[in-house]
Design a protein around this ligand. Structure first.
Ligand SMILES: [Zn+2]
Length: 276
């Protein structure tokens, strides 16, 4: 918990008439006593054993309950500081500062480009000619995946690799390994990050007669298309939810671009080319 979170907690406790100490962002005995008094007023969701929790855990639980009461989902009220609680705490701070809740525009996608991926208009110069349905193929490499993918259009079918342009293969290898390390097998499945919806695919961009899709070079991937449909914004697309931020952070740290994070459509899609 940051001092800013504790200060916000102190100010909410003061509003509830439970705290008269300074709003100093330090959790001392006055704050802890106020938390114990205020917790039963803060609504439902506290498990029955909360009285036995440590002062720190009670403080986190209080923050979770405050978030919940202000329309921000903190996850389970358990007093543990996980990624969802971190998101809720920061959303509370933003709301206190600006009066509004965070939306996708508050996500600043990273502008890092350590592999010097080209802009979309320079993909041919950088990667060579795109593939064609008639059979011309860019130089493709099979990148083994640390977890097994299920194929979106036939979930009984699995695959354990992604096709990648040879120039992006090393980057894809690092990215898959980091994603796997971050989430682990079970969480990847729970979040449907094992649902493969496309890699190399020589075709025109959807809705265009002339422009080739980035998939035609083997430099784009789609995930879980049924829950991230082309024209859906962050209000509907599952990949816009906070639990997927580490997934996107890992791609973006390697210079890949999420159309969802940058343009708020096609949330299923990530590519190794920068928008023009
Ligand atoms: Zn795509």
């Amino acid at each position: 918990m940051l001092a800013a979170h504790i200060r916000l907690l102190q100010s909410r406790l003061a509003t509830l008439g439970r705290y008269a100490g300074p709003l100093d962002g330090t959790r001392g005995p006055l704050t802890d006593a106020a938390i114990r008094k205020a917790l039963p007023d803060l609504g439902t969701g506290l498990p029955p054993d909360w009285q036995g929790w440590t002062a720190r855990r009670l403080a986190v639980a209080t923050l979770q309950l405050v978030a919940k009461s202000e329309g921000i989902d903190p996850g389970t009220i358990d007093g543990w500081w996980g990624p969802q609680t971190g998101y809720a705490a920061n959303a509370l701070l933003l709301k206190a500062d600006t009066g509004r809740l965070p939306d996708w525009r508050d996500i600043a996608p990273s502008t890092a480009n350590p592999n010097a991926w080209p802009t979309e208009s320079n993909v041919t110069a950088f990667y060579g000619p795109h593939g064609t349905p008639e059979g011309r193929r860019p130089p493709l490499v099979k990148v083994p995946s640390p977890w097994t993918f299920r194929i979106a259009w036939n979930l009984a079918q699995t695959r354990s690799f992604l096709w990648s342009h040879e120039k992006t293969a090393a980057s894809v290898t690092r990215i898959l390994s980091r994603i796997h390390q971050h989430y682990g097998e079970q969480r990847l499945r729970d979040l449907r990050l094992d649902i493969f919806s496309g890699d190399y695919d020589p075709r025109l961009m959807r809705g265009s007669q002339t422009r080739w899709s980035m998939h035609s070079w083997g430099i784009a991937y789609d995930f879980d298309d049924t829950r991230n449909q082309l024209n859906w914004g962050a209000d509907r697309a599952s990949l816009a939810r906070p639990e997927y931020r580490p997934f996107w952070d890992i791609w973006e740290a390697e210079g890949w671009v999420s159309l969802g994070r940058t343009k708020n459509y096609d949330w299923m899609h990530v590519q190794a080319a920068r928008p023009d």
